[in-house]
Structures are given as structure tokens and as C-alpha cells.
Design a protein around this ligand. Sequence first.
Ligand SMILES: [Zn+2]
Length: 237
Amino acid sequence: MTEALFREDSYRTETEATVLASEPRGIALDRTVFYAQGGGQSGDRGAILLEDGTAVPIVNTVYDADRATILHVPAEGAALPRANARVIARIDWDLRLKRMRAHTALHLLSVVAPYPVTGGSVGDAEGRLDFDSGETTLDKAEIEGRLNELIALDRAVSHRWIADQELEANPGLIKTMSVKPPMGTGHVRLIAIEGLDLQPCGGTHVRRTGEIGKASVTSVEKKGRINRRVRIALGPA
Ligand SMILES: [Zn+2]
């Protein structure tokens, strides 16, 4: 099992760790700052630094079959650390920050377009959400204007954990959320954007909406009769 440090601090770029297992399909560490692929967000890239100074390039990060161990996928042919070795795990921060900005922007997009979300993807300073907007027409310029207004409010983004029982005891909380939380694992991670949005999410986000920077709506496509796909792209941070 891997302690997932990115869930508590998405700004942490490296950590010391101990190698639990090491195979070409993935290097398992006891703790990591690498986000594992899921929720429409790609796994982190970066490097695992060995004691002799070797940097093992990591091309992706995924969950193992147990969903509790995180596997750092090494570049093909890379040298592997030995089990129990002490290493430093360091993410590609420029890439991660682009994804954190895009991910947070998508939360705001779901506020601007308050329709059921049927799919989505977090890219590198870009992303998309699919909405079941029924017969409503989504106006590209209007969405872009509103989205940038919300970004400019520079609202705080925070997370907290809530027990399933607490959630069940506060049905009003679920009503205020834009996405229904998955229940049954005992606890849910909630992401709050101060005064704007509350939803369960396991991804990585920036601390304030102002960090997203300028957003453009690059397209609004029809995907089937009622589905609309909205793509956004971000300018420089
Ligand atoms: Zn999120």
C-alpha cells in the first residue's frame, strides 16, 4: 500500500520513499507525490532518483490491481531500483501544474454550465467536459466570459474528508454538490471552491482560482442528440 501524499498537498513536488517492489511494469513505493491516473486525469511523469545519482525516468503512474498500491511506470529499458532501496520521487512539476490549473478550471466550467456531466478529461493546460444539456444551446462566448469572471474572483480551493455517515446525516450537503459522491468506502474527499462549488473529487487542484489564468472555450460540439462537449484551453500561468 502506498501513502498518497498528493491527496493532502498537491503542491508537494518530491518525497523520500522506500521501494516496496520494483518491476518493469511499475515501481511501488511506500509513499509518493505522483498522482495515479484516474478521474479523467493522467498519471504523473517525473523521475525516481537512486542513491548513486541515477535518475529513473517515470512515464506514467497507475494504481495496481489492489487500488491501494501506486505503480510508477519506468521508461522502457530504464535501470530499476532494488527492493527496500531509499529513493527520492520527484514529479514533473511544470506538467502537473498545467493539469492542476486545467482540473480546477473544469470545476468552474461545471458551475458555469450547470448540467449533468457525462464525461470529461483533464489535459495539460486544457480539458473538456461533456454535458447532458438537453435542448439548451450552450453559447461559447457566454461560457468563456462567465468562466473568466469566476477565475478572476480568485476564490480559495480547499479539500476535506467527510465520513459516509456524516454525509447521510446532512442530505442538504448532497443537494448543494454538483456531482453525487461515491458511497461505500467509508469516506469521501470533497473539493470546495469558496462560495461557488462543492463536489467529491480525488484529483489535484490549485489553491486559488486566480492561478488558473486566462481560459478560452475552444469549441462546443454536439455529441449525440443531447450531449454537448465543451473544450477549454488555458493561457500561460
Ligand atoms: Zn477535481
